[in-house]
Write a protein that binds this ligand. Structure first.
Ligand code: BGC
Length: 754
């Protein structure tokens, strides 16, 4: 046999082995993609807004819509049909069936429909709404993120929608950013744990076989979206690659490792480079670095933004080239399919390779197979009797109870007696809209005000009236008009008059609802009307309880001292007022903790894990430099009606090495008179490091329920590698030297010896 023949046989054997080793899923992907034309592959890469393909009511695919789908072979559609925000599960099912008829007939490939189901199936009428993510974070218990994910997926699949743009895993590290409430707060450890729990609950245990009760996730927004320098939505961040690696990348990495099928990209630029055209971060860090076979979807019109907004590409076509070559697989170009033509030209001109298009198409087809779309495009397999059932509602209520945070309770002002004469005031006291926030029935959350959507749920006024015998109400200040920012004084003088005959004033203050860019504000102070209202009422001498109902921490430094008690309920959604009433009367106990730092001044904000130089005492000498950290409340703050005492913290090793696992334990005693839940937080501090260390970092947390007078031992397994930091070489470093581990009042120093 000639050498050439031998080589050919060897090549055939290797090819056979390779193809034999392919999983059934990959073989199926091969089979489907091999039959697709270039146009079909490109069409799979494009996602249009549903309004482009339907009639005005969003009930029927329009003739023009059908023509667009057929001509451009469109692979994906997003959003709620019509212009009314949320709609029924039946409506989605009906519309998606029409889409599938066309897609299967034209391409033989089912369409993938994506929806922003953010704190439950929040674009589906009648679904179970959980508190927003920021409240879920405040529970410091991943069980609630898992419950939300499970219910959200189930109730979304009831609509035959297989894909949600959740969870949001941006670190909310700029308090004025209008999407803080969509995030799990400012910390990487908390966000990572919550996001992984939600991802796994949404997708189910087997990412290759997502069943009819689960959906695919789209982690978002990759990455550092929560840290715009200006605080305005979609404006630039300036995060170093080191910090990206150490903080912002971590939740995405963990969720990809937990099986996340898709990722949505951050709209903004970082240090001048659009995330959407950053090959190193998309292809390098995720696809290659994590060996990820899922797909990237852009955010809203963000390929075009590379050209029209950021001026990084001289044309929309060049923008498409940059994005696809960087690793973007699906383009959310909501209003026009013209990127299809541009991509086709780019391939013909050799500016985007056929291989890249094949790769993107394979990733999308793979995801469609994993979601079961080829087997069950019409969503006939499942039956959804548990939609908005009592069990789902109980989970949402419990998350609301544990996600409202008691920040101040002077002289045990709370709980209130059920006989207390309450004067209830404020623009948030009688509003379902403000309890819900954005992404609730409609993008801006305004539709949550409608009786049809939320009539069956309780506002704070209604919930207090159900628990307390004497509740008198004046709005005193109200939101009005089309802009969420606008409030005005109403019957404040009547409220002041009635204060004379009340025992306590409960003032519900905060924000009206907004979402994304419309939520930008130049001023993080709470509105002056609301602060003046509190001042006028406090001047009556009656004790004031502040209820903060807001999507981000609005500064209240001038009125906080006037209040005896403060509760931050953030955005607890439809069961949030019932939870609050039960907490205020003491039927339930508080256990929430702040997942972000609550600023006291507009220009002195630092997250909890600041650098030491941000908080130093005055230097001796003429040049008396100093710096102050002075927050209204700190990350992790939160009181209970009982008290807990920490003691006997131990670490099983005084000296440790890189591969070790440290067992850290502490005793927590409930020293009060009633049962309570306590979130036990484990922090670490690297005492000296070659890159300036943060003052402290959260490393783990556990929530425990402890009966009055009893103690529990809480134990953590802390891998030593979790104490490492990212260096400027973009590698992890665990340097020898001292570390302090701290839980509550306790701390132990340990030593890294290599
Ligand atoms: C938002 C995303 C959202 C997308 C689709 C964008 O404006 O930034 O979070 O998923 O729209 O609705």
């Amino acid at each position: 046999m000639t050498t050439r023949k031998l080589l050919l046989i060897a090549a055939a054997v290797i090819a056979g082995a390779v193809s034999c080793s392919k999983s059934p899923l990959e073989k199926k992907v091969d089979e489907i993609v091999s039959k697709m034309s270039l146009e079909e592959k490109i069409g799979q890469m494009v996602q249009l807004n549903v309004t482009v393909v339907t009639d005005k009511e969003g009930k029927k695919i329009s003739e023009q819509g059908e023509q667009i789908i057929r001509q451009y072979k469109i692979g994906s559609i997003l959003n709620t049909p019509g212009d009314n925000g949320s709609t029924t599960a039946e409506h989605y099912r009906d519309l998606i069936a029409q889409l599938q008829d066309i897609s299967l007939d034209e391409m033989g490939i089912p369409c993938i429909y994506g929806l922003d189901q953010i704190h439950g199936a929040t674009y589906t009428t009648g679904a179970t709404f959980f508190p927003q993510e920021v409240n879920i974070a405040a529970t410091f218990d991943t069980k609630h993120a898992a419950n939300m994910g499970k219910v959200l997926a189930y109730e979304t699949r009831a609509c035959n929608v297989p894909w949600v743009f959740s969870p949001v895993m941006d670190l909310g590290r700029n308090p004025v950013w209008p999407r803080v409430w969509e995030s799990y707060g400012e910390d990487v450890c908390l966000t990572r744990a919550m996001a992984v729990a939600e991802t796994v609950a949404i997708q189910g245990e087997d990412k290759d076989n997502i069943d009819e009760y689960h959906t695919a996730v789209s982690l978002k927004h990759y990455m550092a979206y929560g840290m715009p320098v200006s605080g305005q939505d979609r404006t630039p961040s300036m995060v170093s690659y080191r910090d990206l690696m150490e903080r912002f990348f971590q939740p995405f990495k963990a969720c990809v490792e937990a099986g996340a099928l898709t990722i949505m990209v951050n709209s903004a630029i970082n240090d001048g480079i659009p995330f959407h055209s950053n090959k190193e971060l998309l292809t390098g860090w995720v696809k290659e670095g994590l060996n990820w076979d899922g797909f990237f979807v852009t955010d809203w019109a963000d390929v075009k933004n590379i050209h029209s907004r950021d001026h990084v590409a001289a044309s929309t076509k060049e923008a498409a080239m940059l994005a696809v070559n960087a690793g973007i697989d699906m383009i959310m170009d909501p209003y026009t399919p013209d990127v299809c033509t541009e991509l086709l030209e780019l391939v013909k001109e050799g500016k985007v390779s056929k291989e890249r298009i094949d790769d993107a198409a394979r990733r999308i087809i793979r995801a469609k197979l994993r979601m079961g779309l080829f087997d069950d495009p019409y969503g006939k397999k499942g039956s959804y009797e548990k939609f908005a059932c009592e069990e789902h509602v109980a989970m949402a209520y419990q998350a609301a109870v544990e996600g409202e945070v008691l920040l101040k309770n002077e002289g045990a002002m709370l709980p209130l007696s059920k006989d207390a004469k309450i004067l209830l005031v404020g623009p948030n006291a009688n509003s379902m809209r403000t309890l819900n926030g954005g992404w609730s029935y409609s993008w801006q959350g305004d539709k949550a005000a409608s009786e049809e959507m939320t009539g069956q749920y309780n506002t704070i006024l209604e919930a207090l009236q159900a628990k307390f015998k004497n509740v008198k109400y004046h709005s005193a200040v109200e939101y009005y008009g089309a802009r969420w920012q606008d409030d005005r004084v109403t019957d404040l003088s009547a409220a002041v008059r009635d204060a004379a005959s009340c025992d306590v004033i409960v003032a519900c203050i905060g924000e009206n609802t907004y979402c994304e860019t419309p939520g930008n504000t130049p001023d993080i102070l709470l509105s002056s009307n609301q602060r003046d209202m509190v001042k006028a009422l406090a001047a009556t001498g009656k004790p004031v309880v502040l209820i903060l109902n807001e999507g981000r921490p609005r500064i209240i430094a001038d009125i906080e001292p006037l209040a005896k008690a403060v509760v931050d309920i953030m955005l607890p959604s439809n069961y949030g007022a019932d939870a609050l009433a039960a907490l205020l009367c003491g039927e339930e106990n508080f256990s929430g903790r702040l997942p972000f730092t609550y600023p006291k001044y507009p220009n002195r904000y630092t997250p909890y894990d600041y650098y030491l130089s941000e908080n130093v005492t005055t230097m001796a000498g003429a040049y008396n430099y100093d710096a102050k950290v002075d927050a209204q409340w700190n990350f992790g703050d939160g009181l209970s009606y009982t008290t807990f005492e920490y003691s006997d913290m131990t670490v099983d090793k005084t000296d440790f090495k890189a591969g070790d696992i440290l067992t850290v334990s502490v005793n927590v005693k409930n020293t009060g008179e009633r049962a309570g839940k306590e979130s036990v937080l484990l922090f670490s501090s690297d005492i000296y490091a070659s890159v300036a260390p943060s003052v402290r970092r959260l490393r783990d947390f556990k929530k425990v329920e402890i009966p009055a007078g009893e103690s529990v031992k809480v134990e953590f397994s802390l891998p030593a590698e979790n104490l490492a930091f990212a260096g400027h070489d973009l590698k992890w470093h665990l340097e020898p030297g001292e570390f302090r581990l701290a839980i509550g009042s306790e701390s132990v120093n340990v030593n890294c010896v290599e």
